[in-house]
Design a protein around this ligand. Structure first.
Ligand code: KG4
Ligand code: ZN
Length: 331
């Protein structure tokens, strides 16, 4: 089955083509430069830019796959969670495309799609597995049992991990989004220089919290005043390590609680090299099968949407023309 995937939930306009778990093309047009001067994504600007980019991006995905449009057999699209106006752009195009060509349409949950990126790997994991999604909007731990069966084991009680990276990046004067810039700055820093808190490390449930950590970094930055410049890399490295310690602690607990030994990690923060190293080391000591999609499948893309859509379509699911967008993870 040749599936067109469409993703417009935040600030990447993306289209991809997947066929029977194989990636034929993936095109991502990022708006990040357009939002940078505002220090974050401006929803109205995001919607407008998606409207401009979506048709050329879909065309580019078809061309890159060396196909013609008439070969596409189904359309998968992110229906949420995300910026509602942004999601609606992709949804409208997907509906129009499917209706015009009389193709099946399937709405995909963006967070589930992050985990479905693993389906595109050579030896994809089979459920049940533990799935950690660490992105700008989510820090969720799931027990994935099937195409539509993912039990939420833990979520963040406040900021998402990526959001914390971005906010701390901002405190350190780094451009938006702070995550990748902070990771680069941290390379020359000492992770033991500052003893930032590891929120909820001793709590029995699995939920995450990052806002206290961010506040502690803020206080440190303020107290350093003029001396901040010489400590920026150390703060970045110490903060990054605190986030990694919290994520690993939760994973360790979840493995023990569920006795499941397959761990899939995805989402933008899963592109962080130190986190990838730490997860790899943990998987060796705990004898886990760690599934970490390549970085370009971890950050927002449409390949993961097409992959998630293919699983749902193959299990007989279809969306109707009344498919609606949603903003938050209430579903
Ligand atoms: O999954 P994603 O592309 O979009 C959402 O669904 O949110 O994740 C974006 C987030 C941003 O917060 C960004 O700063 C973070 O992922 N990120 C990183 C890295 N690359 C992206 N955070 C830490 N280290 C990185 N290398
Ligand atoms: Zn995402």
């Amino acid at each position: 089955m040749i599936i067109l995937g469409i993703e417009t939930s935040c600030d990447e306009t993306a289209a991809a083509i997947v066929s029977d778990g194989k990636l034929l093309s993936s095109v991502v047009s990022s708006q990040v430069e357009d939002h940078r001067i505002y220090g974050g994504v401006v929803p109205e600007i995001a919607s407008r830019l998606h409207t401009e980019a979506i048709v050329p991006v879909v065309r580019a995905a078809v061309t890159e796959a060396e196909l013609t449009v008439d070969r596409i057999q189904a359309v998968a699209v992110t229906m949420g969670p995300g910026l509602i106006g942004a999601v609606l752009v992709g949804l409208s195009v997907a509906k129009a495309f499917a209706a015009a060509r009389n193709l099946p349409l399937i709405g995909v949950n963006h967070v589930q799609a992050h985990l479905a990126a693993s389906v595109l790997l050579d030896d994809p994991p089979q459920p049940p597995y533990l799935g950690l999604v660490v992105s700008g909007g989510h820090t969720d731990l799931y027990m994935v049992r099937g195409a539509e069966d993912a039990e939420l084991l833990a979520k963040t009680l406040d900021d998402a991990a990526g959001e914390a990276f971005d906010k701390v990046g901002n405190l350190l004067g780094l451009p938006y989004p702070g995550g990748p810039h902070l990771a680069r700055l941290a390379e020359s820093g000492d992770q033991a220089a500052f003893d930032f808190p590891r929120p909820r490390l001793r709590s029995q449930d699995l939920d995450f919290s990052f806002s206290g950590l961010k506040t502690d970094v803020k206080r440190t930055v303020e107290s350093l005043g003029d001396k901040l410049t010489e400590s920026r890399a150390d703060i970045a490295a110490s903060f990054q390590q605190a986030v990694i310690d919290v994520l690993l602690d939760r994973v360790r607990r979840a493995v023990r609680n569920t006795d499941n030994r397959t761990l899939v990690v995805s989402g933008g923060v899963a592109a962080n090299s130190r986190l990838r190293q730490a997860l790899t080391a943990l998987s060796e000591t705990m004898e886990l099968r760690l599934v970490l999609p390549p970085m370009k499948l971890c950050t927002d893309n449409a390949a993961m949407v097409a992959a998630a859509g293919e699983i749902l379509l193959k299990s007989g699911k279809r969306s109707g023309p009344d498919l609606d967008a949603f903003a938050s993870l209430a579903r």
